[in-house]
Every structure is written in C-alpha cells, then in structure tokens.
Write a protein that binds this ligand. Structure first.
Ligand SMILES: C[S@@+](CC[C@H](N)C(=O)[O-])C[C@H]1O[C@@H](n2cnc3c(N)ncnc32)[C@H](O)[C@@H]1O
Ligand code: SF4
Length: 451
C-alpha cells in the first residue's frame, strides 16, 4: 500500500480529531467545576507570581462562511459596549480574589475580532486589566487582527496600550477563493495592516493561512504563499481548513464539491510547507513555521515550547486566566470554562459572580497523558520515562500507556527505549496518533482505556 493510501486508511484529515490545545479537550469538561473552584484556584496563585491573561471578544462585523469560531455578527457598537462592561465587571471580581503583587507576563486578545473595539474601548479595557495586575517589564501583548477591521486610530491605541505582537488573519489571497469562503480581503488591505503595525514598532507578526479550501489548486496555493512571503512575516500558521458544518452552520455556504480530496489536501500542505522551508522558515509542530531567531523558533529548539489554547507558544506560565464568554482558564490544578452563552455570561458577572460553568480537575493520569500528547504535537516524539520523571510519576505506567500503539499504527510509529517517535512520513497523522493517549476520546469511541 502506498504511504498516501495508508495515511488515508488511518484517518488522515478526519475533522473530528481534536487539535489538542488542551487535555482533556473541552467537550470532556464537566459541570462539577464552578465559580467556587475558580475562586480557590485564583487564591492559590503565588503572591508576586506571574500569570497569562486571555480576553475573548466574541463579535465580528462580518461572519466569514469558512469560520468555525464561536462568534456573533454585530453591525452596531451597543452590544460590544455592553459586553465590555461585563468584562470589566469580571476583571473587578478577579481583582478581589487575586493575591498581592501578581503580574501579567502574556496578554492576548482573541475572538472573534478584537480589532472591532473602538480606540477608546481598547484603552479602557487595557487600563482596566492593568489595574488588576500590571504587565511585566518584558511582557508579550498580542492581538488577533482582522485587516478589514483596522484603521490608524485603532492601531495607535493598540500600540499606546503596549501591544507588541500581532496575529493577522489572511486565509488565502486568491480573490475567487475569498469569494467562495465569504472572506474578501485584498492584498493591499493586508499589506496596509502589516505596514501600519510595523510603523508603530509592532514587529513580531504572525499570519494565518489555510490549506484545503474550495477551489484551491497547487498553482493558487503557491501564488498565495509567494504573496505571503512578500510581507515577510515572523511566524506563519498553516491551518488545514476544518469543514464542520454540523458545528458551524455558516459553513453550509461552502460548496462541498469544490473541496480538495484528502490526497489533494496533503499535496497542498506539502507544497506550502516546502515553499516556506526553502525560504528559510523552521517547521514548528503540526502547522506552524517561524523565522530562525524568532521566540517560538528558539523555544522549539530549546525544547521549552508549549501548546495551549492559542496553539504553539513560548508562554511557560502555570496559570492562564481566560476572561469573557466561553473563555477557558488553565490552572495547575485543572481547567475552568466560562459560560459559552454571551448573554448568560454577562448576566452572571453583572450579578457579581464569576461565570465558570464547566471544567476539569486534573488527576495524575491526566497530567501524564496530557504531557505525552503535548510532546507528540510539539516535537513528534515523547520520551515517556523522562516525562514521568518530570511529573514525579512511575515510568512503567507511562510506558504502559503506549501499549497497542504500534499495532494501531503499523509502520507509522516507532518505540525505542520508552521513547515514542512519529517518523516524517507519518507526521500528517500526529493528532490521530496523539488521540491514542486520550483516555476520554478512546472511552467515548468504545476503546478500552480506563479514565
Ligand atoms: C479566531 S479567528 C480570528 C481572526 C480574525 N477575526 C480574522 O478574521 O482575521 C483565528 C483563526 O482561526 C482560523 N480558522 C477559523 N475557522 C477555521 C476553520 N474552519 N478551519 C481552520 N482554521 C480556521 C483562521 O485561520 C483564523 O485566522
Ligand atoms: S474569520 Fe475572523 S472575522 Fe471571520 S468570522 Fe471568524 S473570527 Fe470573525
């Protein structure tokens, strides 16, 4: 059997396999975790320690048909202003619980489209955050940017607030593809965003592009990548388009017949990957590329890179506090997710309560399985004994978690001396191989792992 056929048979590009930005993944959180848990977790943050903070803005001016993110369209500013008041109320609740002297090492605004905030709102929000905890001297402050939703005033306000990193949504430069995915965005608009950011000293730029879009061919992909390279980004996320119309209703607008086959998707990924590597980018994990010397590339090389809700990161904080509707926090003891309903979230925090609805408390086994999955997705390898040692757990039990792996993925994984390796040819299967260590997903699919 050819490698292509083997990859396909083993489930390549199955849209139901998680991206593992957490373990367990959010569908396996339970309602046992609520506001009291979160209050205790916050109180346990060490005095004078550092945390990361994520602010979720679940609004967009336009709703792109391809997008699988939970976000709602709004033409007016009123719902956004009301939402922001709620985030400020949540910040006040956090301030009341947070131990003395805590500082923010990483601040990230995501969504949705954070750049639909007005300049005054951006200033208000960042001032409110800094009142709860100041940013450290060399803090990273990143914002997800939709180039269509940006102007000089918002750029000035973001720069004045201390933003020093941007993640720019591009998807594809081809006008016909943009049309079919409901995401018009000229090259000039994207370039203006890049130039505007760099002119203000924001020179750590990530860009998101997609492979597997309708009507994407190798020629078009190659042209898009060349245009992308002309903008000279520091990092590139090359995401596979996830077609999940059962979750994201607006994707029913996407013509399924025009989607590339799994084999074509793989060719598109390999083509884009080769162009980026030839241009000098380092390949990072399953879908990222970074210029040598970039912080993520250094963290990757030094073995300190992590995977969290924003994907790959050099952020090593033990605590990530997520604020806003549906935002997920990660504490050393487990996860806590806010009410995913924007109206429910707003009601709860305005009534003076934290909005935690669901979550998960880590067991020792969760820590072990999560560390293996993270290592496989960051480095395509996991030294089971070394991970067990780092976590103070039994190496034998860690090695036993790989039982059956080679049978499930013949020729696609190697285990030597307690170390699991995913060879180059099997890298497109990394998420599927990682799922073998996901006790919750395996139990749900009828496999025998105890949870
Ligand atoms: C939360 S969105 C925010 C970006 C910003 N609102 C914009 O439109 O530029 C972050 C990224 O998620 C990715 N994304 C959204 N839907 C996707 C899908 N169905 N498959 C793969 N990636 C997707 C896109 O690359 C997008 O840039
Ligand atoms: S891609 Fe960005 S702008 Fe478009 S719907 Fe998704 S979050 Fe909103």
């Amino acid at each position: 059997m050819s490698t292509h056929a083997q990859l396909k048979q083993l489930g390549l590009f199955d849209a139901r396999v998680p991206r593992y930005t957490s373990y367990p993944t959010a569908p396996h959180f339970s309602a046992d975790v609520g506001p009291d848990h979160t209050r205790d977790r916050i109180a346990e943050i060490p005095q004078g320690g550092t945390v990361s903070v994520y602010i979720h803005i679940p609004f967009c001016r336009r709703l792109c048909w391809f997008c699988a993110c939970r976000t709602q369209g709004t033409a007016s500013g009123a719902p956004v202003a009301a939402y922001l008041d709620s985030v400020k109320a949540e910040l006040a609740l956090l301030r009341a619980e947070l131990p003395q002297g805590v500082e923010i090492e990483h601040l990230h605004f995501g969504g949705g489209t954070p750049t639909l905030l007005s300049p005054a709102m951006i200033t208000e929000l960042t001032d409110a955050i800094k009142k709860v905890a100041p940013l450290t001297k060399d803090a990273q402050f990143s914002v997800e940017i939709d180039p269509n939703e940006l102007d000089d005033a918002r750029l000035d306000s973001l720069a004045a607030a201390g933003m020093n990193r941007a993640s720019i949504g591009i998807q594809d430069f081809d006008p016909e593809i943009q049309d079919v995915i409901g995401r018009p965005q000229s090259y000039d608009i994207t370039k203006a965003a890049v130039d505007g950011l760099r002119a203000r000293g924001i020179d750590s730029l990530n860009t998101d592009i997609l492979y597997g879009l309708p009507h994407q061919t190798e020629t078009r992909m190659s042209e898009s990548v060349q245009l992308l390279l002309s903008l000279n980004p520091d990092r590139i996320a090359l995401f596979g388009y996830a077609h999940v119309p059962w979750m994201a209703k607006r994707q029913t607008m996407i013509p399924t017949k025009a989607l590339p086959t799994p084999e074509e998707r793989l060719e598109l990924f390999n083509l884009a990957r080769n162009l980026l590597v030839w241009d000098g980018f380092a390949e990072i994990g399953i879908d990222h590329f970074a210029r040598p010397g970039d912080g993520l590339e250094l963290a990757h090389r030094e073995g300190t890179m992590r995977r969290n809700f924003q994907g790959y990161t050099e952020d090593r904080s033990d605590t990530l506090i997520g604020l806003g509707a549906s935002a997920i926090s990660r504490y050393p003891q487990g996860y806590a997710q806010n009410d995913p309903s924007t109206s429910g979230y707003q009601r709860t925090v305005r009534d003076g309560s934290l909005a935690t609805k669901r979550g998960h408390v880590f067991s020792d086994e969760d820590h072990m399985r999560g560390a293996i999955i993270e290592s496989l997705l960051c480095y395509f390898s996991a030294d089971l004994a070394a991970l067990a040692k780092r976590l103070g757990q039994s190496a034998e039990r860690a090695v036993a978690l790989a039982d059956g792996l080679c049978d499930a993925f013949p020729d696609m994984v190697e285990i030597t001396g307690g170390c699991v390796e995913i060879p180059d040819r099997a890298r497109p299967l990394a998420r599927i191989i990682a799922r073998h260590f996901d006790a919750y997903a395996m139990a749900a699919s009828g496999h025998s792992h105890a949870v």
